[in-house]
Design a protein around this ligand. Structure first.
Ligand code: LUZ
Ligand code: MOS
Length: 768
């Protein structure tokens, strides 16, 4: 039974009542923290002169690497990322010094007066150079099945190609922000905008050189994150903590938009080379792909991202002989990081573009080629890494979407339109998504919860997930209210706090509600068992004739009752008072770990995912070949969320993820100058989607009657998978360009397909 309710902060967001870190009232001791960062992509630091800056009235501390009491390190996986630069800077935006000042003016003036003498060194600013210099983070990784070389040799048709996919800025509305408040002794309290409060705690403890039990990190909500705060929310927290520790005063760092965009990592750029072999029907026989990721200046999560890219290189298609190779390369850019899809989009773009080429070559509709190659139910259902694709909804979604989008007729209409119009051209494309759900680092798939019931019958739920706007707290509150059988207003979800839930994983990999929802259910099951026992005893005194069995106690409609004798019932609040008086604990922790998943990185084999989420989109665009402008006319989506936990929330994630993907595929272009300076570090030059970029006609359908076995209330994760539905827009644009040359020639194409790309590519086809 689908549940619907608004996001628990919807009203608060529009009225301005929601408390973000910048809204937390502190006291007159509050200092503002400012970060002085590198202006060189690669340079030796010869000297840092703070003398003039320290004279500014209102400046309370200026810290450099030598002032760090603990370890100068904030690398989340590999410890290759200094908290403050020591003798060398390796990217523009790298933190060198921290200023704690009474006000913004003093901080800004001090920053201006800090003199850093650099000796510029050679910088690696693109993937080609990094690859030529063999500047990799780790050994090459491989996933392989069969013999791709032999199968390519044997294939009737084959071609090779290269695809570049671009970087993407997260553009969370709340820039990186943190507030550090020193307590007694060594205590440090952090209010963070972090997807990973436990890791924030770890890194703050490390740089301060104190124990983790002295550090408390709280996350009420983030103003967006999208992966950009999976590791890099730790940085501002560490910097604020260092200043707070040095001054013993509260310190807040709230990055300016432009600084945030310059200093933080992006979605990884990829350069991918491939060879694909197929037959006359378009059946793919062999695929060889080499994925190269621009990691930036340090590892951050690059190896996990590369791994997810490789695990999605075949997207929704069964390919018998396949070789996937992956490398992450170091460059002198900010360390690239998690971003919705986490490498999945970069891996999938290559095969989707290759299939588009096959269709053009064979003069067939690309949707037909896709359908032909989908993973099947009974046979051809094994992934290259040895996990079977179970509960596969691809064929069902395809049939549904083809009908509901009226694909066949619209294809004909578009062909007619393109024949009749010389400068405006339309395009249509259908693309699928199969996305693996679970952290590919298996041990991260765990979660904790703490559920308290108070004597008035109200419930306070704590869990390890963080709210970034995605609605996890709304989903968790719904789960708790349904499991306890009490009305939603009886349940509140508290801010995420490392003192209440320890050792949590990042809220990431789309798995926040899956993991934490189960942990909450586990805590609730424990509490219900205790309360049911009290109910049995209570019914025994009230109805001495025959006994109520514990397993017959049901929690429903704010009551506990005996389902065999339903007149035996006690309200939830009344029952709790009785339990309290009987000295029964009304608080329980809960825990969950995903069963049965593992992955051997060396062999490239295993069962890394608990299940897959499926979706498909059909998009229609119109392009103006004289200006390169495109308009998204219509998008139809059918997406699988299992049994939806909260429909409105899921719908919002599907729509939002799709539009964010459209941004990456079309208008969001990151550019750098020859020294590595970002040319697109503000919204006037970096174009994220606006209301105008949403499909004019947007039809999103949640697939019905597809309960997902083994998950919380049979639901599915939804955060990331819809992002990749945007390939339908990307390839619809290519289809429109291709019509300029009557679909006879492969258009020049790249990701993003900016107006410029569209214009030049169409021009070239027209000239031929
Ligand atoms: N983070 C992570 C992720 O550490 N491992 C993952 O597999 C993942 N996948 C998606 C997003 N974040
Ligand atoms: Mo993520 S890319 O923070 O799931």
């Amino acid at each position: 039974m689908p549940t619907n309710r608004p996001h628990d902060s919807a009203r608060k967001h529009v009225t301005g009542e929601s408390v973000f870190i910048n809204d937390i009232p502190v006291n007159d001791q509050l200092l503002l923290g400012k970060v002085v960062f590198s202006r060189y992509a690669h340079a030796r630091i010869l000297n840092i002169d703070l003398s003039e800056a320290l004279k500014i009235i209102g400046v309370k501390a200026i810290l450099t690497a030598t002032d760090i009491p603990g370890e100068n390190q904030m690398g989340p996986v590999i410890h290759d990322e200094p908290c403050l630069a020591e003798n060398e800077v390796t990217f523009i935006g790298q933190a060198i010094a921290l200023i704690g000042a009474e006000n913004e003016e003093a901080a800004t003036e001090a920053a201006r007066l800090i003199r850093v003498d650099y000796e510029p060194l050679e910088a690696i600013l693109d993937l080609e150079t990094a690859m030529a210099k063999n500047n990799s983070i780790d050994a090459e990784r491989k996933i392989e099945r069969g013999n791709a070389d032999a199968a390519l040799e044997a294939a009737l048709y084959k071609f090779d190609g290269t695809l570049k996919t671009g970087a993407q800025e997260h553009w969370y509305l709340e820039t990186q922000t943190s507030l550090a408040i020193p307590g007694e002794g060594k205590e440090m309290n952090i209010f963070a905008s972090s997807q990973n409060p436990s890791e924030t705690q770890t890194i703050v403890a490390k740089v301060l050189g104190i124990q983790k039990n002295e550090v408390e990190v709280e996350v009420k909500r983030m103003g967006g994150a999208f992966g950009g705060k999976e590791t890099q929310g730790n940085h501002v927290a560490a910097w604020a903590a260092l200043l707070a520790n040095a001054t013993r005063r509260p310190v807040k760092i709230h990055l300016f938009r432009d600084d945030d965009q310059v200093m933080t990592g992006k979605r990884h750029r990829f350069l991918s080379n491939y060879e694909i072999g197929f037959d006359e029907k378009g059946l793919i026989l062999a695929y060889k792909v080499e994925l190269n990721a621009d990691a930036g200046s340090s590892a951050d999560l690059s190896l996990a991202i590369l791994s997810r890219a490789m695990l999605h290189a075949e997207n929704a298609y069964y390919i018998p002989d396949i070789l996937i190779r992956g490398n992450a390369w170091k460059t002198n850019h900010p360390s690239n990081t998690a971003f919705r899809g986490f490498g999945g989009p970069q891996g999938m773009a290559v095969i989707e573009n290759a299939i588009d080429r096959i269709a053009r070559f064979l003069k067939k509709d690309a949707a037909e080629i896709r359908y032909l190659n989908f993973y099947q139910k009974e046979k051809n259902n094994m992934t290259p890494y040895g996990q079977k694709v179970k509960n596969n909804h691809l064929l069902m979604i395809y049939d549904k979407l083809l009908r509901s989008s009226d694909y066949v007729n619209r294809r004909k209409e578009i062909d007619r339109f393109n024949k009749e119009n010389e400068f405006y051209k339309k395009g249509l494309s259908l693309t699928p998504v199969k996305f693996g759900i679970s952290f590919t680092t298996a041990f991260l798939n765990q979660a904790g919860a703490l559920v308290n019931i108070y004597t008035d019958g109200t419930v306070l739920v704590n869990h390890g997930g963080t709210e970034m706007g995605q609605g996890i707290h709304t989903k968790i509150a719904t789960i708790a209210s349904e499991e306890f059988g009490v009305s939603p207003e009886m349940v509140k979800v508290d801010a995420t706090n490392t003192s209440r839930i320890p050792n949590t994983s990042a809220t990431a990999a789309s798995s926040g509600s899956d993991l934490n929802g189960m942990a909450v259910k586990n805590a609730i099951d424990i509490l219900k068992s205790r309360i049911a026992e009290v109910a049995v005893a209570e019914f025994a005194t009230r109805f001495p004739d025959d006994k109520t069995l514990k397993e017959n106690i049901v929690f429903e409609n704010n009551y506990l009752s005996d389902k065999v004798n339903p007149i035996r019932k006690i309200s939830f609040p009344e029952m709790l008072k009785i339990a309290y008086l009987k000295q029964v604990s009304l608080s329980s922790t809960g825990f969950y770990k995903t069963p049965g998943i593992f992955f051997d990185k060396e062999k490239g084999q295993g069962t890394p995912f608990y299940y897959y989420a499926f979706g498909m989109a059909v998009s229609e665009v119109i392009i103006d070949t004289l200006t390169g402008m495109h308009t998204l006319i219509r998008t139809d989506i059918v997406h699988d969320v299992g049994d939806s936990l909260v429909e409105g929330i899921d719908l919002g994630q599907i729509q939002g993820g799709f539009v964010q993907g459209v941004g990456w595929c079309t208008t969001e272009e990151m550019k750098w100058d020859n020294d590595g300076n970002q040319l697109t570090h503000s919204p006037d030059t970096y174009k994220i989607p606006t209301v105008n970029d949403i499909p004019r006609d947007f039809r999103v359908e949640i697939l019905k009657d597809v309960p997902n076995p083994g998950t919380i209330r049979k639901s599915k994760a939804v955060g990331e998978p819809p992002f990749m539905l945007a390939f339908s827009v990307w390839l619809a644009i290519k289809d429109a360009i291709s019509s300029v040359g009557n679909h006879e020639k492969e258009p020049d194409f790249t990701l993003p397909a900016t107006y410029e790309v569209i214009l030049l590519s169409a021009e070239k086809l027209r000239k031929v």
